[in-house]
Structures are given as C-alpha cells and as structure tokens.
Design a protein around this ligand. Structure first.
Ligand SMILES: Cc1cc2nc3c(=O)[nH]c(=O)nc-3n(C[C@H](O)[C@H](O)[C@H](O)COP(=O)(O)OP(=O)(O)OC[C@H]3O[C@@H](n4cnc5c(N)ncnc54)[C@H](O)[C@@H]3O)c2cc1C
Length: 452
C-alpha cells in the first residue's frame, strides 16, 4: 500500500499508510483464489466472510463489500488499519505459501473508507425494542462491539466510560498517524446511530458501583475495562524526571493533543536522545511519536531479538524506515540522573536461553557485560495491568492473582448477570480479539435477556 515517505512523515502526525485506489483494490482482490474451503475466515476472531467481500471488491461492488463486512464487524475502518493480519487472516491465506498473501486488511480498510467518503455507514435496521437494558463498562473495542451487537438486537444499551472520550486504547493509545481520530469517531458514531448511549467521565467502581447499575434497572452488565495501568521496570532511577510510562506519554500526546501544545493545554517533554524500553505496538508507537515530536535520536531497548518482538510486523518496518534505532538483547538495570532529571541508562547485555511459558526463548543476562548510554527521556513500554477498581468494589466477582476477571467460554463471570471480555479477561491482547470476545458475550447476553 502506498505510504507517506519516511523523511516527510516524521515531521507530521498524518496517517502513514495512504490506502488503495479503487483500481489497486480491484487488482488486489482479483488475486484471491476464492478457495472452496477458505482458511481466512477461521483466522478472523469476528469471522468476517472474507472471500465474499473480496469477490465483491473484485466485481467493483464496494457497497456490497462493506455490507458483508458490517454483518459481523462494527469497526471495519479500525480493524482494517490495526489488526495484526500477518498472524490472522493473511497468515493463513494459501497464497502466502508461494507468494504474498492477499492484502485483506488493506482491502477491508479500502471499503470502510469508501463508505465514509460516501457520507458514512448506512444505518442497519435495528430489531424491535425488547425493553431490556444493558450497561457496558468501558468504550474500547470490546465494549463498542457488545454495545453495537446488542443494540441491533433491540436492547437499550448504555456505555459508561471513565475518560472524556470514547474508544479506549483506540483513542488514548494508538497515535493519529496509525489511526486518525476522525476514523475512530466515525466508527463510534455508527455505534451511536444504532441507538447506543455513551456516558463519558463515569468511573464505575467510584462514580457508580456495579450494584448501583443493577439498582438503576440494568438487566445485564458487560465489563470491558481493558488493561490500562502501566507496568514499570522497578529499577533504581525510575522516579527521575523525564521518565514516562508509555501510557502517560501516549495519552498526553494522542488524547490530549500535546503535539499541538499552545493550541491545546497539555505540555510534553521532547527529549534529544529518547530511549523506549519494550518492543510491542506500544513501544513502536511511543518511539515514532517521540521522533515526530522532534527527538534527535530514538532508540528501542529490548531484551530479546527482533524475532520475538510482539509488535505488528508493519509497524516494526515503519519504525525502522523512520530511523528508530534498535538496541537488542539489552536490559536496562539503572537510570542515572542529574539535578533530578534522567541523563544516562545502565544496561546489561542478554543472551537467549530456553523457551519460557510464553514459548519465546528466555533472555538471560551476560555477567559483567554492563554498559552505559546517554539519554534524557525514557519511555517505559513493557506492558499494562488491569485496573483493579471494579474487582475491589464488586462482591463475588472472581479474578486471577493478576487481577484479570475470570470468565467461562461464554464470557460469563462468577456473578449472574455480569459478563466480561477483552484485555480485562485475557490481559493485553489485540483489538480484534477484544471484539471477538465482545461478539461472544453479546450473543450470550441476548439469550439471557430473552429468557428473563
Ligand atoms: C499503544 C497501544 C497500541 C496498540 N496497538 C495495537 C494494534 O496495532 N493492533 C491491535 O490489534 N492491538 C493493539 N493494541 C492492543 C489493543 O488496543 C487492546 O488489546 C484493545 O484495545 C483492548 O480492548 P478493550 O476493549 O478490552 O480495552 P481498552 O481498549 O483498554 O478499553 C477499555 C476502556 O475502559 C475504560 N475503563 C477502564 N476502567 C473503567 C471504569 N472503572 N469505569 C468506566 N470505564 C473504564 C477505559 O478508560 C477504556 O476506555 C495496542 C495497545 C496499546 C496500548
């Protein structure tokens, strides 16, 4: 797919990938073999009828293609942009064995954008009102999916969101240059058009408890609160000025528009030599944001090798093209400051040992391999915990020792009438897996509501 050239895009926050033209989309779609037993559908957690929508694109019928996608996916302009397709639908495409797989994500994005360019999604018919009320906690991809699916089935749905904007990580985490807010807002508006009400600035567990939601007459509750509390390295010097969690750094920039400081009120530090610790999507987003803010040099420090990096392949490639440096098999052990500000990082070299419980080879420190480098801004992007507030304030809700809500295969929690899904159940995962859980929960909630 065409992209903004790296030397241009590192000076702006506009979207990097420019999308297919209609001709490019049709040509790409024509490569699809239309397998009689397509593997791609099974590779998609929301089971989009991928061969059908690709066939419709190949025939130039973009309206039909987006209709096919929207039958199972409420957020196609988002998933078309951020799904790790290389390990899902595209990863199992039979063409991948000999050639490049069909660019399924790019085609999904193309028809979703086509629909937006024609004035946005047409409202799908909503079933007759059932009189049943559902509360959704959290407006990330899990919550938006449950909300959209239940609203289509005629239920009265209200989302309660702690922040002042809906979207979860899509709003506060993923930067504008990967997922423009206008695209997110268009998809959120589609969910609203289905009849979903979104109440912002409401922290469930503080402003209102889960018990109070039941008292207010909600018949069922879905918890989709994600994993929003940052993990730290717990090394000396992490309290120094100039050290950010990726959550804070990205939230300031994305949600609070710190990159437009002056026009917006939120300031942000711009380092000369920025170090990002971690190699997931959050780390790539932080590194590329720091470059765009004007850092002279940005280095990713990661304790394993490139093969184990959890970020999407496309984003690792984009980061490299933009000049992000990679210091691999390296672990920070101390941050050193001057006058309260971070100035240097002490690291130790690592080597890979046996595989650990994640299936990846465990990084093992190499004795006496310590070294130092200068850095005046450090962004810690090594993962996120679930926020414990709901588990702490809701009786009988079972959680794991890490605070993840325990559910069965239907997304039912230990409390009758309460479901949960997305990162709050699995720990950090993906947009599409959160949506897959949302779909499963919506189906089960619907069956429950129709029986009470
Ligand atoms: C920077 C970053 C980049 C990422 N990039 C990708 C990517 O490219 N592709 C991909 O597939 N995945 C990516 N991910 C992961 C993906 O975004 C998550 O897996 C997904 O958003 C989880 O969805 P969710 O609905 O479970 O939770 P979230 O998106 O975290 O949404 C939860 C929402 O609940 C709200 N909330 C929390 N507690 C309360 C409460 N008590 N009351 C009310 N509201 C509450 C939060 O404010 C938030 O809005 C990325 C994650 C990050 C952090």
């Amino acid at each position: 797919m065409p992209k903004q050239p790296p030397e241009v895009r590192i000076h702006n926050f506009n979207e990097v990938a420019l999308g297919f033209t209609p001709e490019q989309a049709i040509n790409e779609a024509k490569r699809c073999l239309q397998c009689p037993e397509p593997k791609c559908i099974g590779g998609c957690p929301v089971e989009i009828n991928i061969p059908l929508f690709i066939k419709q694109i190949a025939e130039g019928d973009f309206e039909a293609a987006i209709k096919t996608i929207r039958e199972t996916n409420n957020l196609p302009a988002i998933t078309g942009r951020v799904c790790p397709q290389e390990v899902q639908c595209e990863g199992v495409c039979v063409l991948a064995k000999r050639n490049a797989p069909i660019a399924i994500g790019a085609l999904e994005r193309f028809v979703a954008d086509y629909e937006l360019s024609k004035g946005g999604p047409k409202v799908i018919e909503v079933a007759k009102k059932t009189g049943k009320k559902v509360a959704i906690v959290g407006s990330g991809p899990a919550g938006l999916t449950v909300a959209g699916d239940l609203a289509k089935l005629g239920h009265e749905v209200t989302i309660f969101e702690a922040l002042h904007a809906p979207g979860g990580v899509l709003a506060y985490g993923i930067p504008e240059f990967r997922l423009p807010k206008s695209i997110l807002n268009a998809e959120v508006n589609y969910v609203k058009k289905l009849g979903v009400e979104i109440m912002l600035d409401v922290v469930i567990g503080r402003t209102l408890t889960i018990e109070e939601l039941f008292e207010m007459g909600f018949n069922a509750i879905f918890i989709g609160t994600g994993a929003g509390s940052p993990k730290f390295l717990n090394i000396p010097g992490e309290e120094l000025n100039g050290v950010y969690s990726a959550n804070e750094f990205l939230t300031r920039c994305n949600l609070m528009k710190a990159y437009k400081f002056g026009e917006y009120d939120t300031p942000i530090k711009i380092g000369e030599n920025v170090t990002v610790v971690g190699a997931g999507n959050t780390a790539m987003d932080s590194a590329r944001t720091a470059l765009r803010l004007g850092a002279a040099s940005v280095t990713i420090v990661y304790r394993r090798t490139e093969a184990e990096m959890p970020a999407r392949a496309e984003e690792i490639e984009n980061a490299k093209e933009e000049g992000v440096k990679f210091q691999l098999l390296t672990n920070p052990i101390k941050l050193i400051g001057e006058n309260g500000w971070v100035k240097r990082m002490e690291c130790i070299k690592m080597q890979l040992g046996e595989a650990d419980e994640s299936g990846r080879r465990r990084p093992v420190p190499i004795p006496n391999s310590n070294f130092y480098f200068d850095t005046d801004q450090v962004i810690i992007a090594i993962g996120r915990y679930p926020n414990p507030i709901i588990a702490q304030t809701t009786k009988g809700l079972k959680v794991t020792k890490d605070g993840l809500i325990i559910t069965d295969e239907h997304c039912r929690t230990s409390r009758k009438g309460i479901w949960a899904g997305g990162d709050i159940v699995t720990g950090e995962a993906t947009v599409i897996s959160a949506m897959g859980a949302g779909k499963k929960a919506a189906k089960d909630i619907h069956e429950y509501l129709m029986k009470i």
